[in-house]
Design a protein around this ligand. Structure first.
Ligand SMILES: Cc1cc2nc3c(=O)[nH]c(=O)nc-3n(C[C@H](O)[C@H](O)[C@H](O)COP(=O)(O)OP(=O)(O)OC[C@H]3O[C@@H](n4cnc5c(N)ncnc54)[C@H](O)[C@@H]3O)c2cc1C
Length: 411
């Protein structure tokens, strides 16, 4: 089994767990960043939930991701504006920006040591056509009041301590971005939720949910739990528990590698479109370079491919791509390779839904869930208390027309 950098370097004691109870007031299913943040908001609001997970903390996308916390949408802002209209795209971007800031606040308030570094994100442009798109994206973001800057090649090079590849023509800087250790983040969020009274239980798979006399029955492989409310935050696996989500949220494998350590050369996160499905990375505080993406070279773009394994064609493309961006890293030793389960929707936006009284579900972050976790978690915690989803999440409802279409073949 391949182990991500986040799991391999999680130097934290295991969180205290309990045997699975048969009742709970509120249950959070899924201990990724979204379930963990939601549990913390619930516990802070005086409704400490039971948090359960099939495996354990950060076992899904979160513990296998790139560790980038960047405000913005999975889709480029121009594409999102064309798809959703300017008003909606602006509202969605504002939600992610507020979410990015809220997660930083949570980390600070709860003193979560997760290697958070807020140095922005550089999205490199390769060639003139990509630089033109970057310039138009920056103009559109600035016109809508969002932080963004266009850097020419020299300015981008100034932020990088080793030579940039010849193809790099410039970069789009997102100042509202940072990098962190995803495993330590989830551990810290859950530890904080536990301090406020949340209970944790691992190795429990929810199979289906039934309603009975105003209560929810969560049928698991280890017995039933009766609850007044439940939040299902299982992302790529949403359709296994809620069949109505199966056709809208698809598991898409994302592959990552991590090099041997090198001297510090970049403080911010970075990304590029070396392939149509995109690449992302960061240099870790310990010197290794984490870099992932290149799904476009895989058969079927790794839609539905098994997470936990990697494939040579994608891994070779990631290695080659790293050398294209930073030629002095070409051929560098690779310390670790892994993959994880992203959850894509047709319009690259998550779904938040309320299928039955007391029952809420969220998933489909399309490879960009970190900036949404804290804010959607807070709204879901409020929804448990009011019994309804707030209007702030209306654009993420299942009724939206943009959910129809092919899933996962671009981006
Ligand atoms: C390779 C890769 C790179 C990425 N890079 C980034 C990045 O740099 N920045 C970014 O913003 N986003 C990134 N993402 C996406 C981001 O990681 C996700 O959007 C986010 O982690 C989703 O969190 P989550 O809590 O919704 O889901 P997950 O982290 O997937 O958690 C779901 C949890 O549910 C549990 N579960 C599943 N089914 C059941 C069940 N039936 N019963 C009980 N438990 C169950 C799983 O074990 C899992 O722990 C990346 C994803 C991948 C895979």
């Amino acid at each position: 089994m391949l182990i991500s950098h986040w799991h391999a370097t999680l130097d934290r004691p295991p969180l205290p767990v309990i045997d699975l109870p048969t009742t709970a007031e509120v249950v959070v299913v899924g201990a990724g960043v979204v379930g963990a943040a939601t549990a913390l908001w619930l516990a802070r609001a005086g409704l400490p939930p039971l948090v359960i997970d099939r495996h354990g903390p950060a076992a899904g996308a979160t513990g296998n991701n790139g560790g980038l916390l960047s405000a913005g949408l999975a889709e480029n802002y121009l594409a999102a504006t064309a798809r959703h209209g300017q008003v909606a795209a602006r509202e969605l971007y504002a939600l992610s920006l507020a979410g990015q800031r809220l997660l930083v606040e949570l980390i600070e308030q709860e003193q979560i040591d997760c290697d958070l570094r807020l140095h922005g994100n550089l999205n490199f442009a390769l060639g003139e056509a990509q630089l033109t798109i970057a310039a138009a994206t920056v103009s559109a973001l600035q016109a809508d009041g969002f932080p963004a800057a266009l850097l020419d090649r020299d300015a981008a090079q100034e932020m990088v301590g080793i030579p940039l590849g010849a193809a790099v023509t410039g970069a789009r800087l997102n100042p509202a971005a940072g990098t962190l250790h995803s495993g330590k983040l989830v551990h810290g969020l859950l530890a904080a939720a536990h301090r406020y009274g949340a209970r944790l239980s691992w190795g429990v798979t929810v199979q289906r949910i039934a309603t009975d006399a105003g209560r929810l029955r969560l049928i698991t492989d280890r017995g039933e739990i009766t609850a007044a409310a439940a939040i299902i935050a299982i992302n790529a696996w949403s359709g296994e528990v809620l069949p109505e989500l199966a056709s809208h949220i698809k598991l898409v494998r994302g592959q990552v590698l991590c090099t041997a350590p090198v001297a510090p050369f970049i403080a911010c996160g970075f990304g590029a479109s070396l392939t149509p499905t995109g690449e992302y990375g960061q240099q870790l505080p310990t010197g290794q370079v984490l870099f992932g993406g290149c799904r476009a070279v895989a058969p079927n773009h790794d839609v539905g491919a098994l997470p936990g394994e990697v494939s040579p064609e994608v891994q070779n493309a990631i290695e080659a791509g790293l050398g294209r961006l930073f030629p002095t890293l070409a051929g560098i030793a690779i310390e670790r390779r892994w993959s994880g389960a992203m959850a894509f929707t047709a319009d690259y936006l998550p779904i938040v839904t309320h299928p039955a009284p007391g029952l809420f579900a969220v998933g489909g972050f399309s490879g960009h869930g970190m900036p949404f976790a804290a804010i959607i978690g807070r709204h879901l915690a409020e929804a448990v208390q009011t019994g309804a989803l707030p209007s702030a999440l209306a654009l993420l409802g299942m009724e939206r027309a943009t959910l129809e279409g092919v899933i996962g073949h671009t981006l």
